[in-house]
Design a protein around this ligand. Sequence first.
Ligand code: TXE
Length: 480
Amino acid sequence: MQQISNYINGQLVPPLSGNYLENLNPAEGKVYSFLPDSDERDVEAAAVAAQAAFLSWSQMPLAKRAAILLKIADLIDRDLEGLALAESVDQGKPVKLAKSVDIPRASANMRFFATASMHVAAESHLMEDEAINYTTRTPVGVAGCISPWNLPLYLFTWKIAPALASGCTVVAKPSELTPMTAFLFSKLCMEAGLPSGVLNIVHGLGKKVGQAIVEHPMIPAISFTGGTVTGKTIAATAAPMFKKLSLELGGKNPNIIFADCDFEEALSTSINSSFSNQGEICLCGSRILVERSLYDRFVSEFVKRTRALAVGDPLNEATRLGALVSEGHMQKVLSYIELAKQEGGTIACGGERVKVDGRCASGYFVAPIVITALPQSCRTNQEEIFGPVVTIMPFDAEEEVIAYANSTAYGLSATIWTNNLKRAHRVAHHLKSGIIWINCWLLRDLRTPFGGMKQSGVGREGGWEAMRFFTEAKNVCVKL
Ligand code: TXE
């Protein structure tokens, strides 16, 4: 079976411990490869390599640095099929989704930030005839990038691309649940001629390797995407060390549907925003709020289409929902279905384990779940489940639905369906979410800031915000 290596100082190397962890294929429930069980010694080697490479990388002419990152994007495009297969096998998602979203967006991340780095404007401020101020931005140094398992290569490059494009060098850790595409990516970096030490990838457990990155004194900036609980742990470690911190955490996103919406578009997109990637996307709309006059019709149609979704072998092009990422995560999702019943919910469809024939007989498959008749304040409606689970509730007034939408500890994204322009902008104005879509979902312009409010995160990624995160500003004031 394949043994994944760390990528440190331009080389593919084994963990210094010599130990490996099992990497499962969640669609089969079986081990299919091994990843390094690295520890703080591997992180130390990576940080030293990144520090040694920083001066030359940060001083490399922008066009040359960008050319290397664009070459990596080209290689991702070239290997799209193989990377998509690896992403699907590692995470359980339909290979069709990996081909159409994960891998193309990983390439787009590299391409966008490579070119953005050549067009960053600086600022100056004139104080009449007395003085002139100019502001420069320089890379912070070695950036620590820690990414989750739900969109493995997509979110891995979402951090690495702006960090490298800003002139930082990187020590990165992908999730131990989905290490494969990061390993394949490291080989593409070598092929593209990325200089040794510029990017270092250390595989292993969060509490060991992730924690070692967060607390390493040579790494002044940490960019993290993952659970809110882990985000709190990271913040507690990084804050006393005065590190720059970007935390992209969980969400419990409202999907607000007014009666005057384009019904077919709202319905079909809501199926996607509810169940894409088995609901394992932080931007999924897991709380559907429907204006009462449309409620019965919407629920009836939505349940019918949910029941029709093909759950099965992720390598089958017809599959819409693949396997949940691990047995532990599947049990977490199933436990919330039991909770919903205890809280008085009605399971309109789904919630049972799905037995798939053939090679996937032992995989982690759950039928997509629609729950109604729950109060807004119950745990099922307040806590992030991160699976193919949505609740649907009616509302009567605009003020009521805004209060519902804003009633959780999260504030990541929200979706609004209405053809009343004024109402769309008015509701968007009052929602406490960092990302809002009106009559669409997951439409992304990489120039825009990305991130959540409240417990959905700290800071913003995406576009110039990401470039700023990995640099620090200096203002010089010159007397005329
Ligand atoms: O994330 P973790 P998990 C949510 C979702 C999910 C929950 C937990 O609700 O059920 O988070 O998922 C590394 N120091 N999201 O357990 O633990 C870990 O190795 C440093 C939403 O997968 O947060 C992995 O690389 N690093 C999210 C990464 O953190 C640590 C996407 C994420 O793992 C660490 C994923 C530590 N102490 C889950 N502990 C989103 N917003 O998209 C773990 N890690």
